[in-house]
Design a protein around this ligand. Structure first.
Ligand SMILES: [Zn+2]
Length: 323
């Protein structure tokens, strides 16, 4: 049966399988998978093997059943064997589905009981497929609970979404293991974050280790403001970085050329940044009035404020205190 196919498919197998002896289940599975992959469409159709995503599963189940028979044989024998047993592949799969179905139902019911809610999911499938899909469903249920402390709480009306990396996969694995409902709620404690909120980006932006640990370890607002100045200088404007990196650019920067040295230029740029930040703070809807006042006041903890910055800060603090 299908003798012409055997040769054709063997020719199409990846080089690593030509020739190779079957000495473990994994190799067998991979050969079977590649055979299934290369069967012509109309034959796939005839045997109900058209679902590409399932081919690997079919190959795995088939290999499980016939490993003992095919152990030690070479790949051409495996190709022949698979082609001659195409009618068994779906049969094995369906048997496995029937076998796993009851267990899937049991797992699902147990989880629905813990969660006290129904989960819409196909239970008529092999168990690992079911578990994979279940995991995706559960991932949608993971909730983040932000616990905000101290300065952070008073600084915001409502703390904007905080970028955190949480491995949902791990949480779900733990949940499936322990069936502990509370695991689906992840508590994230935000005390004094390294990243600081930028009222221009409306987002928490990268922090500075030096400013955080060395310059302002005990003054959150001063750290926050100083970090925003740094962030502004490097992220919101391009001309500062370009000026100190490239002389051809610096040459055309009249303001820079008037300065005695680079530090003097940095002070000018920083003061401009401070004023832009103060204006953005005043306008920001996420920050509370207390937060705005404290954050603007923090500018006085920073060095080298010029007249214009001091004047603007005082004016805005007064204005905010009246509201
Ligand atoms: Zn920003």
């Amino acid at each position: 049966m299908y003798e012409y196919l055997v040769e054709r498919i063997y020719r199409n197998l990846p080089k690593v399988f030509k020739p190779v002896k079957v000495n473990n289940k994994q190799i067998l599975g991979e050969i079977v998978y590649n055979v299934l992959l290369h069967i012509p469409r109309e034959i796939k159709k005839k045997y109900g093997l058209t679902n590409y995503l399932m081919l690997f599963k079919y190959a795995e189940i088939f290999s499980d059943k016939h490993f003992n028979e095919l152990k030690g044989k070479d790949s051409i024998t495996v190709v022949k064997f698979v082609i001659n047993n195409l009618d068994k592949i779906r049969k094995y799969y369906n048997e496995k589905v029937n076998e796993d179905y009851k267990e899937n139902i049991k797992i699902l019911e147990e989880i629905e009981n813990v969660l006290n809610r129904k989960i819409e999911i196909n239970t008529y499938t092999v168990k690992d497929e079911f578990l994979y899909n279940l995991k995706i469903k559960l991932m949608e249920l993971v909730k983040y609970e932000y616990v905000v402390k101290n300065e952070m709480k008073e600084a915001f009306n409502k703390v904007p979404e905080f970028p955190v990396r949480v491995d949902k996969n791990k949480i779900i694995d733990m949940f499936l293991k322990t069936k502990d409902h509370s695991l689906l709620t992840v508590r994230i404690v935000i005390d004094k974050p390294f990243r600081t909120y930028c009222p221009i980006c409306k987002f928490f932006v990268n922090g500075s280790e030096y400013l955080y640990y060395k310059a302002f370890p005990d003054d959150y607002y001063a750290y926050w403001f100083a970090n925003l100045v740094k962030h502004y200088r490097h992220e919101h404007i391009k001309y500062y970085d370009l000026t100190w990196r490239y002389y051809c650019y610096a040459e055309k920067n009249k303001e820079y050329m008037k300065c005695k040295n680079h530090d003097e230029y940095k002070i000018i740029v920083n003061n401009r940044a401070k004023r832009q930040i103060i204006r953005a703070i005043v306008k920001d809807d996420n920050l509370s009035v207390t937060g705005k006042i404290n954050l603007i006041k923090a500018v006085f903890k920073l060095q080298h404020n010029d007249e214009k910055t001091i004047e603007l800060a005082n004016k805005m603090i007064k204005k905010l205190q009246k509201t």
